[in-house]
Design a protein around this ligand. Structure first.
Ligand code: NAD
Ligand code: ZN
Length: 430
């Protein structure tokens, strides 16, 4: 190997980042103190109406005012945000601003909305300027954003530690995102007590998001197999790497211990706490390495929803929650990716389901562990369970193929026929 870096064509570098964390029961009441460290006077708390009704945002406002910081609560976040809902939130923040900082309190929907509000109100411009190509212009923010403290109330997305936000672009019927390291929250305050009121259906779906983050990150293409990037070309996702792997392995062990209990007995604080740790750990993994086929398939599954209305979620419009949409094709996707990295798939199955009877066929171990888990916690049975039939597959496939950024992280090249086959074999999973 040449010792002159400019001669190298293969990648030799990976990057890894995460915000500082404050974790544990009661952490939410220290937000006022934490905000004083950023020298702010006026803060916008961003949440959704259901979470606002729990009183948690007001508790945060009280903690801020105890430290001399004024705040207001905006509770207009749309569950699974859209360009329209993010624009409305940013419009409110602009009209009522300026703000010196933000607190996002809620699931991925609230945290992602707060990231977008911070970006647009601090850096200027429109959402489309920043949305990933080819849908938007993928412009990089010009400067540092305002302090954003992220306070998750679901154990799932890991959005409190990632550098991206996800949204539906309504006019194009596509889900897409904005990713840039400046979007990463300044601090993550993670208090497992906040998840005690989560309904079992949200616990199950958000938990499957953790499972898929950990598994997809762990089986993602290894960072050294990509073409070499120049420093200014480096992206937030660089493929699986030694640091992300550690977090993902540990997330899987926590999931094995606590996921079923958290769904079936939501009052079990230890299980809730382990799930919150697992979500954070998986976020520190996939937030740097990336995700692949199950998440790419989730975009059209959620974006083209017909009339499915899941229990535990708002009933005013049809939706497939993110955690359900990512899990429905996961067993088949990991059957497909098995041959590229058998040892990692087997290790993941062992960590996630150490007590599972081993299948004779090695490629079946991980899919079997997943389907047994999904049956036990009440996840719909395949894409058929959320209203799709075989006839919908030709319409779903192009939606996946548009997610080239994610498919490039798959450890094996993926064609349209491969994706059609994965959907066809995922109409039912058991
Ligand atoms: N930015 C990222 O890195 C990233 C990663 C994965 C997913 N996402 C996005 O996150 C969103 C999904 O987020 P989510 O799964 O965390 O759920 P969510 O924010 O959509 O909330 C789901 C439901 O649970 C309710 N809820 C939340 N916390 C509660 C609590 N403590 N008690 C009672 N009810 C509560 C909400 O009001 C809502 O009705 C999707 O838009 C998805 O695309 C983002
Ligand atoms: Zn996800």
């Amino acid at each position: 190997m040449s010792t002159d870096p400019s001669d190298l064509t293969e990648e030799t570098i990976f990057t890894w980042g995460a915000p500082p964390l404050k974790f544990g029961a009661g952490a939410v009441d220290e937000i006022g103190f934490e905000m004083t460290q950023f020298n702010v006077k006026r803060v916008l708390i961003i949440t959704d109406s259901k979470i606002n009704a729990t009183g948690i945002p007001q508790r945060i406002a009280d903690s801020l005012s105890a430290h001399g910081i004024r705040s207001e609560i905006f509770d207009g976040v749309h569950v699974e945000p859209t360009d329209d809902s993010m624009d409305k939130a940013a419009g409110y923040a602009r009209e009522q601003g300026p703000w010196d900082g933000f607190v996002a309190v809620g699931g991925g929907s609230s945290i992602d909305t707060a990231k977008a509000v911070n970006l647009i109100t601090t850096d200027g411009g429109e959402l489309m300027d920043y949305i990933n190509k080819p849908i938007g212009k993928a412009t990089a923010p010009r400067g540092q954003l305002k302090p954003l403290i992220a306070v998750p109330t679901t154990a799932g997305t890991g959005s409190e530690s990632t550098a991206m936000c996800v949204l539906d672009v309504l006019s194009m019927k596509v889900k897409t995102g904005i990713s840039h390291w400046r979007l990463r929250p300044t601090l993550a305050v993670i208090d497992p007590m906040l998840t005690m009121t989560l309904p079992p259906e949200v616990t199950a779906a958000a938990g499957m998001d953790i499972v898929c983050h950990a598994l997809e990150s762990y089986t993602a293409r290894w960072y050294e197999t990509f073409d070499r990037k120049r420093p200014e070309e480096r992206v937030t996702y660089c493929g699986s790497n030694p640091v992300s792997d550690l977090w993902c392995e540990r997330a899987m062990t926590l999931l094995a211990e606590s996921f079923r209990t958290a769904v079936h007995d939501g009052s079990d604080l230890r299980a809730r706490s382990n799930m919150m740790l697992a979500a954070t750990f998986a976020g520190m993994g996939f937030g740097n390495s990336g995700v692949h086929i199950p998440h790419a398939n989730a975009y059209p599954i959620a974006g083209m929803v017909k009339d499915y209305r899941p229990a535990g979620y708002p009933q005013d419009e049809p939706m497939v929650p993110h955690g359900q949409s990512v899990s429905l094709t996961a067993p088949e996707a990991f059957r497909f990716s098995f041959e590229s990295e058998p040892r990692r798939h087997l290790r993941a199955a062992e960590l996630l389901a150490p007590d599972e009877d081993k299948q004779n066929e090695p490629s079946e171990q991980l899919p079997a562990a997943l389907t047994h888990l999904m049956r036990d916690i009440g996840i719909p049975n395949g894409i058929g369970g959320v209203g799709y039939t075989e006839d919908d597959i030709p319409d779903l496939v192009p939606g996946t193929m548009k997610q080239q950024r994610l498919l490039a992280t798959c450890p094996r090249p993926v064609t349209e026929d491969d994706i059609a086959d994965i959907f066809a074999k995922s109409v039912t999973n058991w």
